[in-house]
Ligand binder design. Structure first.
Ligand code: GDP
Length: 298
């Protein structure tokens, strides 16, 4: 991820090396190289616009430090703007004052929700919580079994549809799962939900019904970072249809151009909380904008 963007940005910085000061023309050339690099990385236009105008403004303003040469100044500004576009400060998961905390996962089929449920379960357990995973994806064949498998690997129990707790009805499964967590003192419930291959009205309604049934503290929109600009369109559909409080970028280990990661905050206004970086349960991390920015500029 980001390999080509990293190369393009470092070529831009290299071309400024040795310059004693930056002329207006230098700044314009630099800004336009950055713009092209971001667009080629599949970053959404509004995010590119915000990014480049901030770089231009800061590079031309008097804020520039005397201690840095022009190339270093541009690197510093780009680094800070990358952090900004990635969301600034990293945000913690919001836990309920009165447990259980309910975390609902939403997103397209194949986005990585079920895998993420296992990863979150494992991470929560390591953080000292007692999580319960709830299998409300009754759409995709095997989703329940898959959740049971990842739950088993993570050592986290799974509430699956069985007679009496909502067979065939994902909303009932979610509701009974949360009630079970309350009874048995599980302090965090992760609800896996169904995702179709494309955004559709029925899916959105089902997710909205689950939301209304369990009143989540967090709705995490899980999005495959490999799908580029489509990630932004999908995010907007989920924001309108269900709403969400945070984003999880999955498949950040892929070789896509990384545009989704750089666009999602500007386009949705919601922070990225976690990143999924592979198929194994350990391929999971909290999302830190500053660390991601340094990876891009490394
Ligand atoms: P769901 O339909 O949203 O529940 O998606 P799944 O959790 O079933 O994931 C779909 C596919 O993507 C599976 O083959 C996963 O192993 C794979 N996958 C999930 N997360 C990642 C990730 O971060 N990186 C990679 N490379 N593959 C992933």
């Amino acid at each position: 991820m980001f390999a080509s963007l990293s190369d393009r940005l470092s070529a831009t910085f290299k071309s400024l090396r040795g310059k004693g000061r930056l002329s207006e023309a230098d700044i314009e050339t630099t800004v336009s190289q950055i713009r092209r690099a971001l667009l080629d990385a599949d970053v959404a236009v509004p995010a590119v616009r915000a990014f480049t105008s901030a770089v231009r403004e800061r590079a031309t303003s008097a804020e520039v430090s005397q201690a840095l040469n022009p190339a270093q100044q541009i690197v510093k500004i780009v680094n800070e703007q990358l952090i900004e576009i990635l969301g600034g400060e990293s945000r913690e998961l919001a836990f309920a004052k009165h447990p259980p905390t309910v975390i609902m996962l939403a997103g397209l089929q194949g986005a990585g929700k079920t895998t993420l449920a296992g990863k979150l379960g494992k991470w929560l357990k390591e953080e000292g919580h007692t999580p319960l995973l709830v299998a409300s994806d009754l759409q995709r064949p095997n989703a329940v079994t898959q959740l049971q498998v990842v739950g088993g690997q993570a050592g986290v129990p799974v509430w699956a549809p069985e007679p009496g707790n909502g067979v065939g009805n994902p909303i009932e499964v979610a509701r009974s799962g949360v009630a079970h967590a309350r009874d048995k003192y599980y302090d965090v419930v992760v609800v896996d939900t169904a995702g179709r291959l494309g955004v559709d009205a029925e899916l959105m309604q089902q997710a909205a019904d689950i939301r209304d049934a369990v009143n989540p503290d967090e709705i995490l929109f899980v999005v495959d970072a490999m799908i580029g600009q489509d990630a932004v369109t999908t995010a907007q559909a989920f924001a309108d249809g269900v709403g969400f409080t945070g984003v999880v970028l999955s498949k950040l280990d892929g070789d896509a151009r990384g545009g989704a990661a750089l666009s999602i905050r500007t386009v949705t206004g919601k922070p990225v909380l976690f990143a999924s970086t592979g198929e194994k349960l350990t391929d999971f991390e909290r999302f830190h904008p500053d660390r991601m920015a340094s990876r891009i500029l490394d």
